[in-house]
Design a protein around this ligand. Structure first.
Ligand code: CA
Length: 220
């Protein structure tokens, strides 16, 4: 899962990015509204954490532009503007959730998990297929009730595939989801992680759709 963080406060941004990386999200961090606009045009993010008071372009303007272009990326507004009128303006501009500073990092993470699952049309907090269960809150994976240990990238790859169950994910899409700026993938890393996941979870789980990519679950 790839998240865009838009925050001009260096200390706060650093803390949020570290917290999100611990949850195995790939995080791109920009510090002004114009950079946010460009990043959102360039990449398919799974979620965006957006400060409102930003240099160059206000967060609300970024949000209005984004929605005017039909973008559906879930947006959580994170700001010191805490009046009811501010919250109403943020939500009406197209935000999906609103958190005021100061906030608890655990709450931010839980709200992002909720946004991600709602964006995929799911209400239940875990993802699964057959006897496999992935719990984003605990960052844990079990197979037939047995805990399975995965590396950060293996976990992130499985999370992506389960979030797009029954859909083919191309290697490019998987790389986008796994790597933030500055941590570009080597050429065959997706294949390597798929291989590891098959060894740990069984060869049947992830299907190779030749010429297209990978899929968990049959096509619909
Ligand atoms: Ca700010």
């Amino acid at each position: 899962m790839r998240v865009l963080l838009v925050e001009d406060d260096a200390l706060l941004g650093d803390g949020i990015r570290a917290g999100l990386k611990l949850a195995d999200y790939a995080v791109d961090w920009v510090r002004d509204g114009e950079a946010a606009r460009l990043a959102l045009l360039d990449h398919d993010y799974d979620a965006c954490v957006l400060d409102l008071g930003l240099p160059k372009k206000d967060g609300l303007a970024v949000l209005r532009d984004l929605r005017a272009h039909g973008a559906t990326v879930p947006v959580l507004v994170l700001t010191a503007r805490d009046t009811a009128a501010d919250k109403i303006a943020g939500l009406d501009a197209g935000a999906d959730d609103y958190l005021t500073k100061p906030f608890d990092l655990g709450e931010l993470q839980a709200r992002i998990r909720a946004l991600l699952r709602r964006a995929k049309g799911a209400a239940q907090p875990t993802l699964g297929h057959g006897k496999l269960v992935l719990d984003p809150a605990g960052r844990s994976v079990t197979l037939a009730g047995e805990s399975v240990r995965l590396s950060a990238r293996e976990y992130a790859l499985l999370h992506d595939l389960l979030s797009h169950r029954n859909q083919v994910r191309t290697r490019a899409q998987l790389e986008e989801s796994l790597y933030a700026w500055g941590e570009e993938a080597e050429s065959n890393t997706v294949e390597v992680y798929i291989h590891h996941l098959r060894k740990k979870l069984g060869s049947e789980l992830i299907e190779t759709v030749r010429g297209f990519g990978y899929r968990i679950g049959g096509g619909t």
